[in-house]
Write a protein of this length. Structure first.
Length: 435
């Protein structure tokens, strides 16, 4: 696999960079050391979700995880140990993802970081001619998502957004086939929902960060804040500095089936209402939101609330309803049902399966790396198409008004306040890389 990112590293230089970052000098890979049919992967972020992805990639025997990066030494050490146990060799260790990207032998990276850290590593990895698997939601903002799309396209990189429900469960395929078959009639309304948590997380005081955590690097481009356990690791999505909230996080999972089935692009307008009605603790993001998206001949509603919609409690905490002129389809991740005049019809006629089974979400990405297939099912461009609508819903909530979207220019019409929320200024010295 040819690389044109020409900053070469000698073995001595590589050890020096790693030692400077972490005070250690792990085993180093040399060009040509691995067989050409093997994928040399670097992991950027190996916390909770990152550890799951790391173990997932290690299930594929043609993958060598040759470098691991994390700003939390505890996570990093655990990641190194998992790789060594699986492959019998400890990978290179980094505390700064930029040093990992300088390793020419790496073919692809997985970016499994908090949301505000998706854009910079992804763009720089594309510019370093490395393929990228990046977690959902794709970006912290619409501006960042657009830059990621441009970087992937300009550098011809294979990409995949980590929306594994799209490929790892067959249910969505059957739903998409049924919606597209026309047997439900014309779809006039889509209603997605995700239940929100009402559990109080308390109000722990600010404190010194744990030993081994580079808190300033963890914050990166986000505003400077004192360390607080609620702002870090597992609960960061309850603060707007680093995420669009659980609302945008799960938006990418359940709206995906609607975007896929109906080939939805961008809405004409979005309005969102809600607030913090059930939770009283130190977190910030709303526990209740309802977004209404206007499409031609279609209303799209997303409800974020502690309870599922009445009558759909049996479907659980997340789901999507397609209301057609002939029948209604209700789905969650695992199963779906069809209703006619309010009654479930077990033997509702279904089309012949037409969407091929997936080799698996990670496997599709890995196969793309090998074959140079840029058209993975959840490539960055597809991820941006859905994620940006969740961001628009959040923007409408923040400005307290209905917003109108110009998809050609990716701007909000007639609202300077809303347009300012399409991106944000990065905390120095971080900047959004130019593409």
């Amino acid at each position: 696999m040819t690389k044109s990112y020409n900053r070469k590293l000698t073995r001595r230089g590589f050890i020096g960079i790693t030692a400077a970052a972490l005070g250690s000098a792990p085993a180093i890979l040399r060009a040509g050391q691995m067989p050409s049919n093997r994928i040399q992967l670097g992991m950027i972020g190996v916390g909770g979700m990152g550890m799951g992805r790391l173990k997932g990639f290690l299930k594929h025997q043609d993958v060598d995880v040759v470098a691991v990066c994390d700003v939390d030494r505890e996570h990093l050490d655990e990641g190194l140990a998992v790789v060594e146990q699986s492959r019998g060799k400890k990978p290179a260790a980094f505390g700064d993802f930029r040093r990992l990207l300088e390793v020419n032998e790496i073919d692809a990276v997985a970016v499994v970081t908090p949301d505000h850290w998706h854009a910079i590593p992804t763009i720089l990895a594309c510019q370093a001619e490395k393929d990228v698997f990046v977690e959902k939601p794709l970006s912290y903002s619409i501006e960042e998502g657009r830059a990621m799309v441009e970087a992937a396209a300009q550098n011809q990189r294979v990409t995949q957004m980590g929306n594994h429900i799209h490929n790892d469960l067959p249910n969505y395929r059957r739903v998409v086939e049924l919606v597209r078959s026309g047997k439900l009639g014309r779809i006039t309304r889509v209603n997605c929902w995700k239940t929100s948590s009402t559990r109080s997380r308390g109000n722990p005081p600010d404190s010194a960060p744990p030993a081994g955590l580079d808190w300033d690097f963890w914050l990166g481009p986000a505003p400077k804040r004192p360390y607080n356990p609620l702002r870090c690791h597992n609960t960061f999505r309850h603060f707007g500095d680093c995420s669009g909230g659980t609302f945008v996080d799960f938006w990418c999972h359940i709206t995906d089936v609607a975007f896929w089935a109906l080939d939805l692009q961008a809405p004409r307008s979005v309005s969102t209402t809600g607030g913090r009605f059930f939770v009283n603790d130190a977190t910030e993001t709303p526990d209740t939101l309802e977004a209404v998206l206007e499409y031609p001949n279609l209303n799209f509603v997303f409800t974020f609330h502690p309870n599922p919609p009445p009558g759909l409690e049996h479907m659980g905490g997340i789901g999507c309803v397609f209301e057609g002129t002939e029948a209604t389809l209700v789905t969650n991740y695992d199963r779906h049902e069809v209703r006619v005049k309010g009654k479930v019809v077990e033997d509702f006629p279904r089309p012949e399966p037409s969407i091929p089974n997936s080799p698996g979400h990670l496997r599709e990405f890995l196969d793309g790396v090998k074959t140079r297939n840029l058209e993975t099912t959840c490539k960055i461009a597809y991820g941006h198409r859905g994620t940006r609508v969740g961001h628009l819903a959040n923007i409408a909530y923040r400005v307290g008004d209905r917003i109108y979207w110009d998809n050609e220019t990716e701007t909000i019409v007639g609202s300077p306040d809303a347009n300012r929320l399409l991106g944000r200024a990065f905390r120095r010295p971080w900047t959004l890389p130019s593409t």
